[in-house]
Ligand binder design. Structure first.
Ligand code: NDP
Length: 245
């Protein structure tokens, strides 16, 4: 087996991000998992990753903070000597109809989801440019494509990520850096656990496959975009949504 690759995953210790970390660890990657708040099962996660023969390194940073992202990228570069794949996954929601949405709720979601994606990418890209190689995978959402009442902030941030992805893909293609987005539909994580059964029933009605997706079903698509079977794909959005869009 060749040299292991290195993936940095933001928000990599919970939900979809954790599943991406596990899936990549099972497929030849060493893992740098970013977190904002420590969770109880990080020790267990480390053990599981090491069982796969991969290295696991946790790195604390708030993606909404530019300097914090600079430090994070430098720390990972020092630890592993490279970042082959960056997965911008960290994200939040602060839902509400516009009549009731506070300015700070709009700004907080843009700051984490969209500006956070810029902040980490901005610091990782010079290293990738120098190495003439890299993959950037941004986690958008179906809501960024189709919109959703009560999520003007979230949907603007996720649509922004798509524009960012397409533009960056054109900028850095000549350096052999591929940039793509994944747009999940409704995935069973803490983010969607808060929804009432009523709301969930309404959502299932819009999903041809009539169920929520699992984090692993998203992680497998990220693995594809991070791996050797997608070397001619850049600037794309892959929907993982059970047929919603
Ligand atoms: P979770 O709420 O389960 O996890 C979110 C992750 O993001 C956590 O690890 C969290 O870490 C991290 N995070 C949040 N804010 C920050 C920050 N400022 N700095 C660093 N890390 C941060 O959500 P999901 O796993 O469901 O979502 C992951 C991504 O997938 C998000 O971008 C989300 O928008 C997107 N998505 C999810 C869908 C779903 O149905 N679940 C559908 C479509 C897209 P911490 O707890 O430490 O803050």
């Amino acid at each position: 087996m060749g040299e292991r690759k290195v993936a940095l995953i933001t928000g990599g210790t919970r939900g979809i991000g954790k599943e991406i970390a596990m899936e990549l660890a099972r497929n030849g990657f060493d893992i740098a998992a970013n977190y904002r708040t420590k969770t109880d099962d990080m020790d267990e996660m480390q053990k599981q990753i090491e069982t796969e023969g991969a290295r696991c390194f946790f790195v604390q940073a708030d993606v909404a903070n530019f300097d914090s992202c600079k430090q994070m990228v430098e720390t990972v570069e020092k630890e592993f000597g490279k970042i082959d794949v960056l997965v911008n996954n960290a994200g939040i929601t602060k839902d509400g109809l516009i009549m009731r949405m506070k300015q700070e709720d709009f700004e907080a979601v843009i700051d984490v989801n969209l500006v956070g994606t810029f902040n980490v990418t901005k610091h990782a890209i010079p290293y990738m440019m120098k190495r003439h190689s890299g993959r950037i995978i941004n986690i958008s959402s179906v809501v960024g494509i189709a919109g959703n009442a009560g999520q003007t902030n979230y949907s603007a941030s996720k649509a922004g990520i798509i524009g960012f992805t397409k533009s960056l893909a054109k900028e850095v293609a000549s350096r052999n850096i591929l940039v793509n987005a994944v747009a999940p539909g409704f995935i069973d994580t803490d983010m969607t656990k808060v929804l009432s059964d009523n709301v969930k029933e309404g959502i299932y009605a819009q999903i041809p496959l009539k169920r929520m997706g699992s984090s692993n079903e998203v992680a497998k698509v990220v693995k594809f975009l991070a791996g050797e079977d997608s070397t001619y794909i850049t600037g794309q959005v892959l929907n993982v949504d059970g047929g919603m869009i």
